[in-house]
Ligand binder design. Structure first.
Ligand code: CUA
Length: 153
């Protein structure tokens, strides 16, 4: 008798779980999180601005530089970032494969990079030095070696 009850319970839980997963997938697919820009992760290299990763001086914006970043297992492009002290930087980042993090140790810069989406963050760099950039989202065997450097000079 108990076995039957457990079986019913088990099946009900499974059905409930699948319904939730199915609904989430549908919901996610039809309504991307608001405020996020969608980008095809397989075509990142062809799509502006990600076809030109690096530090770019800009005019007529509220920020002085745009740092265009592409993360992939297990490195960042560009491999190193150098910006002048006191400048306002807009980081524009995405990933070509799995979820990666972009955290700059000792600063308030901390972004999550999700495949299919563009992450942006604007900040003013007012401390000189070399800051370690690290991936804080587990992304595979090379996760711990996924680092880079932000140089504020
Ligand atoms: Cu990339 Cu962890």
């Amino acid at each position: 008798k108990y076995e039957k009850w457990w079986l019913t319970f088990g099946i009900s839980s499974l059905v409930l779980f699948l319904t939730i997963v199915g609904f989430s997938a549908f919901h996610y697919g039809s309504h991307p999180p608001s405020g996020k820009i969608y980008i095809d992760p397989e075509r990142v290299d062809e799509i502006a601005p990600f076809n030109k990763p690096g530090v770019h001086k800009v005019e007529g914006e509220e920020w002085d530089y745009e740092v265009v970043l592409v993360a992939s297992a297990f490195y960042y492009n560009p491999p190193e970032i150098e910006v002048p002290i006191g400048s306002t930087i807009k980081f524009i980042a995405t990933t070509k494969d799995v979820v990666h993090g972009f955290q700059v140790a000792g600063t308030n810069i901390n972004m999550i990079l999700e495949p299919g989406y563009v992450s942006e963050y604007v900040t003013t760099v007012d401390k000189p030095g070399e800051f370690l950039i690290l991936c804080n989202e587990y992304c595979g065997v090379g996760h711990t070696t996924m680092t880079s450097m932000l140089k504020v000079v």
